[in-house]
Design a protein around this ligand. Structure first.
Ligand SMILES: [Zn+2]
Length: 293
């Protein structure tokens, strides 16, 4: 039974003045089961007011939370996914991509560009979970690589917000090659002495976690985010042992030093802005850099 049909779980038909409230105005928290007014949730940071659970959000919401209003300029919009392996499943891969494009309004699972945080130029890449769970194929890898290159060319910090189940199986080895490619570009960024802030959101797993997501100079994570290479169930079945409570959560990683800070979403911009303030602003104006950066 869906939650809004259960007794005492929110407004229902015939409930005095509230009888005309349509379904879909309320949402149940995945963690504490509290019934939340959807509009309040959307207006804020999409964080449960009762328990602090962080609902998944798309790239648009992160852009509005993180960047100065109107500062974002999207890049790499021309890149399109092909079907190099002629991958066959229930639906062929090009149709699968088309379906997600139609459903999400996106061309691929990551959005890249540049913008400003408190007036400071940054290069950004943000995974969007609404496109094949944010998974990394050739186009995602290429867009990430170009976002890193943009940081180097503009001499500005890099911010990547990750959410992904991992590399995209439909592109096989070509997806896995993106791990090496992005890591090479991050080495160049490091050689250029420019900071990279990686934000891990729920979930950041497998090939994405094993490459650029875990290579940040600053590794931040949202509360409760699942982080890791392989899921806990597979690990348990493989090693035949019970895993400790909270295994592979952001907090578990923080306690063991793999995550530098667990940041609630409402504090995200302030925290990243403070980190950036530790570094001298050496960014070039986009106009003085190579055209189209
Ligand atoms: Zn909750």
């Amino acid at each position: 039974m869906s939650w809004f049909k259960k007794p005492n779980s929110g407004p229902k038909k015939g409930d005095g003045d509230r009888r005309n409230i349509p379904e879909g105005l309320w949402i149940k928290c995945d963690k504490c089961d509290a019934i939340l007014f959807k509009e309040d949730l959307d207006r804020g940071f999409r964080v449960c007011s009762k328990c602090g659970f962080h609902f998944k959000i798309g790239h648009q919401k992160y852009l509005s939370i993180l960047l100065d209003e109107g500062s974002f300029e999207e890049r790499e919009t021309e890149l399109r996914t092909t079907d190099p392996l002629q991958f066959k499943e229930k639906q062929n891969y090009p149709d699968h991509i088309k379906n997600y494009q139609k459903r999400s309004g996106l061309t691929e699972a990551v959005i890249t560009g540049k913008g400003a945080i408190d007036g400071r130029l940054v290069s950004v890449a943000i995974h969007d979970p609404s496109f094949i769970a944010g998974s990394m194929g050739s186009v995602v890898g290429e867009k990430i690589a170009r976002a890193i290159r943009r940081s180097i060319e503009l001499r500005c910090p890099l911010i990547i917000i990750s959410t992904a189940g991992g590399a995209r199986m439909q592109e096989g080895i070509l997806s896995l090659m993106q791990m090496a490619k992005t890591a090479i570009w991050l080495t160049r960024l490091s050689e250029a002495k420019l900071p990279y802030i990686s934000l891990l959101t729920n979930p950041t797993m497998a090939g994405v976690m094993a490459s650029y997501a875990s290579l940040g100079d600053f590794t931040l994570a949202e509360p409760g985010a699942m982080i890791g290479f392989t899921g806990p169930r597979v690990i348990e079945q493989t090693i035949r042992a019970t895993l400790p409570e909270g295994f592979q959560t952001a907090e578990f990683f923080y306690e063991r030093g793999f995550v530098d800070q667990v940041i609630p979403r409402p504090e995200l911009k302030e925290t990243i802005s403070r980190i950036l303030s530790y570094f001298p602003d050496q960014s070039m104006s986009p106009e003085s850099a190579e055209e189209g950066v």
